[in-house]
Design a protein around this ligand. Structure first.
Ligand code: SAJ
Length: 436
């Protein structure tokens, strides 16, 4: 019997509708547009839509502004609050966790409901958002089938998780291998066809649930390995061992690759996705839970270091350098740096945060940001929380001139400690125990 799902999107003028214009949806929509597809980017936030229509991006990512402008100027990318008929739909909306660590699929559900009135026979629907295994089958498929069309028969449905690294999104979008998980093999064929438009990495075909599991496994693998590095760092402090030296030496072993300790794990992916595995079977995921808890405890460990080195809050403010969750990005979601700042404030310290990548003037859950000199002025300690390249270029003499006490706590082992010591600083490094 003939399969009504055509093998390829129509070749004359394929149209694509991307729902969600955040860190993944916006670059993806733009990439398809500059590769020749007619793309409609849809977002529910009127401010995002207005600013994109005016050619301004709302997120920080290298070269993204240029790409989006090229896509919009070419007429291939339109931005709207409303979805329209299209040959293919991509869902790239956030999947946060609730307070009790369950996946919040509200945005996935509402994106599916947005597609519903526009879904036609022969369409392809791809879910790119990271979700707990079985979401495509158990949550997305039933909503889309309210259209009266049958997934895998009348329209194609696939899960093709994004795997790009913030800070390198445009490179990795093109070069990374991709997992293409179809509801049926024919659905996967349709999705392969779509991604071949611009992806140069290999496309690996599987089923939708395996693709969901693969994506969550990747980020869980990283979370567990970072937790191990953090555990080694805390242990090393107790033994009086330099964890950084020990890790470097352990990594000389051909089958060992310990990651870098730090103030914790942030971002919207690695700090969130492991819960998608834990929530369905907590008793079968003790290792993953323990790793999450350990990483979540690291901001508290950094505050303990602050209390040891600068026990008296009345000795002056703390200059906290970095609010973003990792170096050279402006994203503060789940950032351990923010956690450290908030915890230090709760412990009675005045904290002056500085982050050249974060545009924020206080309010909400975030502490206010100071400029460089304002953060250092009269500070009793500089705590480096995020390894932005700009911080490596700091002049320790100039910093010391502004501060009340020449004291540095480096939670990323990112600075040139010899230079800071030469400028009269007492340097404490996470994972290195006593200051010297
Ligand atoms: N971190 C450490 N030590 C390390 C590496 C990272 O403490 O050795 C910390 C970072 O400072 C940061 C957090 O972990 O707070 C996560 O940073 P990351 O660079 O490891 O990852 P993300 O969250 O920016 O992007 C991840 C990537 N996943 C993997 O590397 C397995 C990316 O490929 C995914 O596409 C992305 O999650 C996502 O969207 O899921």
């Amino acid at each position: 019997m003939a399969d009504p799902i055509p093998l390829a999107v129509p070749l004359d003028s394929p149209t694509l509708c991307v729902l969600g214009l955040g860190y993944i949806g916006l670059p993806t929509a733009s990439m398809f547009a500059v590769s020749g597809m007619q793309v409609l980017g849809v977002d529910v936030n009127p401010r995002v839509v207005e600013s994109l229509q005016a050619g301004h991006i709302h997120i920080e990512e290298p070269d993204l502004q240029t790409l989006v402008q090229a896509a919009v100027n070419s007429g291939q990318l339109r931005i709207s609050l409303e979805a329209e008929l299209a040959d293919a739909f991509i869902i790239a909306v956030p999947t946060p966790i609730t307070k009790d660590h369950k996946a919040d699929l509200t945005f996935v559900r509402s994106a599916a409901e947005t597609i519903l009135p526009h879904l036609r026979e022969g369409n392809l629907v791809v879910l790119e958002s990271t979700v707990p295994p079985r979401t495509t089958r158990d949550v997305l498929q039933p909503i889309l089938e309210l259209s009266g069309l049958k997934a895998g028969v009348d329209f194609a449905l696939a899960h093709c998780p994004e795997r790009v690294l913030p800070g390198k999104i445009l490179i990795e979008l093109v070069e990374n291998d991709r997992i293409i998980g179809g509801l049926t093999p024919r659905c996967a064929d349709r999705a392969m066809e779509l991604y071949r438009t611009f992806v140069r990495g290999a496309l690996h075909q599987t089923d939708a649930t395996t693709a969901e599991m693969v994506k969550v496994m990747e980020n869980t693998y990283r979370d567990v390995n970072i937790a191990l590095a953090n555990q080694f760092a805390v242990l090393a402090e107790g033994f009086g061992v330099d964890a950084w030296e020990a890790i470097e030496l352990a990594n000389k072993h051909p089958r060992v690759q310990v990651l870098r300790p730090g103030p914790g794990v942030g971002g919207h992916c690695i700090a969130v996705d492991p819960w998608f595995l834990i929530e369905s079977a907590p008793e079968q995921a003790p290792l993953i839970s323990a790793a999450r808890k350990l990483n979540e405890s690291m901001p508290g460990h950094v505050v303990d270091l602050i209390k040891t080195q600068s026990p008296n809050p009345s000795d002056g403010p703390i200059a906290a350098f970095g609010l973003a969750y990792k170096g050279d990005v402006g994203d503060v979601r789940e950032s351990p740096s923010v956690e450290v700042v908030l915890e230090a404030i709760r412990s009675g310290y005045e904290v002056r945060a500085h982050d050249p990548h974060v545009k924020h003037d206080g309010g909400g859950d975030l502490p206010p940001c100071f400029d460089l000199a304002g953060a250092l002025d009269g500070a009793q300690v500089l705590v480096l929380l995020t390894d932005h390249s700009a911080f490596r270029r700091l002049d320790p003499h100039e910093a010391g001139e502004l501060m009340r006490t020449r004291r540095l706590i480096d939670t990323r082992n990112a600075l040139n400690h010899d230079a800071w010591r030469a400028a009269g600083f007492q340097v404490t490094t996470l994972g290195r125990g006593a200051p010297c």
